[in-house]
Ligand binder design. Structure first.
Ligand code: ATP
Ligand code: NCN
Length: 229
């Protein structure tokens, strides 16, 4: 795909495209609030919410891909910048992020600023991901603090990201890829999907930790009622 200089300017002025990948088993207010706050502090034109089919580095999700996708649609329905993207669910095998970013890069073209969002816990494992270097050729990384995950950044990761670290969010819109930005968002919510699954299994109310529409879906489809085998 050939993009002219004027198209490049148009792509840059329309803002950053953000990939928010996750297991989302289920989506919760920690995810939702973080993404919303990012749209308020970065010039974001679209957030691609991408539930993974086969998470590469963790136990497999309890709810089906179809159910996790449906809950994402319910949770994000009235937020215009949020776009639920099922591309990983349509791909067989482990959901390598590098393949997802390759596809997004091909769609948006070489000049579009693109970033992948990671919570601190996910970021800590980054050096064991598939083709970590290539990730930065394809996108920036936006790493958000996550309360309850106070683990120290391993030295190798700190050194790797230090070379690419930027402090000014504006930098992300000036280049298509290659920078790492750490952000501490104003409201940090100590909510996790595992906490929700456990509470639901124990039949405790999980209201206000995820939207009511998601809780209704969970109830209607009897999700998270049984212990994981
Ligand atoms: N409360 C939160 N605040 C900030 N980031 C979060 C929060 N919860 C999840 N994330 C980030 O969202 C992405 C997807 O997370 P995921 O879907 O695995 O949710 P989770 O709550 O960590 O799930 P689980 O408890 O099952 O591990 C990861 O990058 C993770 O770090
Ligand atoms: O590509 C990889 O090697 C890789 C390794 C671990 C995690 N990921 C992605 O990171 C995202 C967050 O993962 P998780 O386990 O916190 O839901 C999700 O989109 C995963 O597919 C990707």
């Amino acid at each position: 795909m050939v993009i002219s200089a004027s198209n490049e300017v148009a792509a840059q002025s329309s803002g950053l495209v953000l990939m928010y990948g996750g297991t989302f088993d289920p989506v919760h207010c920690g995810h939702l609030r973080s993404a919303l706050e990012l749209t308020q502090c970065l010039p974001i034109q679209r957030v691609h919410w991408i539930p993974c089919q086969v998470p590469p580095h963790r136990p497999q999700p309890q709810a089906s891909g179809a159910a996790r996708l449906a809950m994402l649609h319910l949770a994000t329905a009235d937020e215009p910048l949020f776009y639920v993207d099922d591309r990983e669910l349509r791909r067989a095998g482990p959901s390598w992020s590098v393949e997802t970013l390759e596809a997004l890069r091909a769609e948006y073209g070489p000049h579009q600023p693109l970033a992948m969002l990671l919570g601190w816990d996910a970021y800590l494992g980054l050096l064991s991901w598939s083709r970590t270097e290539r990730l930065l050729d394809l996108a920036h990384l936006v790493v958000i603090a996550r309360p309850g995950t106070a683990d120290q950044e391993p030295e190798a990761l700190r050194a790797w990201s230090a070379e690419r670290r930027v402090r000014d969010p504006e930098q992300l819109s000036l280049h298509p890829a290659g920078s790492v930005l750490h952000i501490t968002l104003p409201s940090q919510l100590q909510i996790s999907a595992s906490f929700l699954r456990q509470g639901l299994r124990q039949q405790r109310s999980m209201r206000y930790l995820t939207p009511d529409s998601v809780l209704h879906y969970i109830q209607e489809h009897q999700l998270y009622v049984a212990d994981v085998v």
